[in-house]
Ligand binder design. Sequence first.
Ligand code: SF4
Ligand code: SF4
Length: 307
Amino acid sequence: MPVLRRLIQIVATVLSNAYWMFPHTKGIYQGTLKSMCVPGLNCYSCPAATGACPLGSLQSMIAGLRPAIKAGNYHFGAYIIGTLGLTGSLVGRMPCGWVCPFGLLQELIHKIPSPKFEIPKALTYIKYLFLALFIFILPALVIDDYSYGTTWFCKFICPAGTLEAGIPLIFLQPELKELIGALFYFNLTILIIFIVWMILSRRPFCRVACPLGAIYSLFNKHSVFKMIHDPDKCTHCQECYNNCPMGIKFYEGPNQYDCIRCLKCLHESCRFGAISYEIAGMPVIKPEDQGSGVRDHVITSKAPPWR
Ligand code: SF4
Ligand code: SF4
């Protein structure tokens, strides 16, 4: 399962960034596929990006809400909200764990050996503030002379945008160097802070700052796919916590907001069969977990290396 998940993450990253003509065209792909949203965070302006980022699309929708309504276009953005709502309703935050390129990057960078630090739980609520402020409130309320807002999160915060679009485009189009100003250096500083933080902590961007993860997380407790915890089998050994890429204490309850349904706790951590999942109310329990005893399982981690 860990190999399968990594494989799916890599395939999703490649498919989300499959436009390899960009060294020749020096620009971004703008074909038909670009009108579709990919499920994970992947910058629209990345030269190789084949689809649109749902977060960027959502901000553009909010920023253009007033002109759209004035023009009588009341269905504006239904596709984006529908895509996010359908994905969240089916699997909750699972795209973060399986198909988000920026999630994969964070997991790989975290493998760099260093002292590791846990993220205080209070910080994980910041992403909801970012969601409200940078995705909805500011794009809707701060408008120009033509009633258009701007994409605040993309413009001022998103480290994925700086990494995938800002930096590559400067190399592809050297004339852009003349336009580099304080905003670019501000974005670069945010990117560097997150990269260092990724080495030290488990998935800091997902847990603290990602508004897309914040949206999906709201569906975790109600989605078709749900995790199950069996308190009768749980010994509170904390192996699930030690191995969880999101630092979740599964024994405190399944389907917590930050659970990305990576299934690492199920397949790699819990040796007591206390973790399973259900699809539309139908439990899926591994055959070796169907008894009540400890299964024959070798624990490979003893201390919390947070890998
Ligand atoms: S690994 Fe299993 S038994 Fe141990 S605390 Fe987590 S759910 Fe409970
Ligand atoms: S609780 Fe389990 S499924 Fe959820 S993120 Fe942690 S390891 Fe993955």
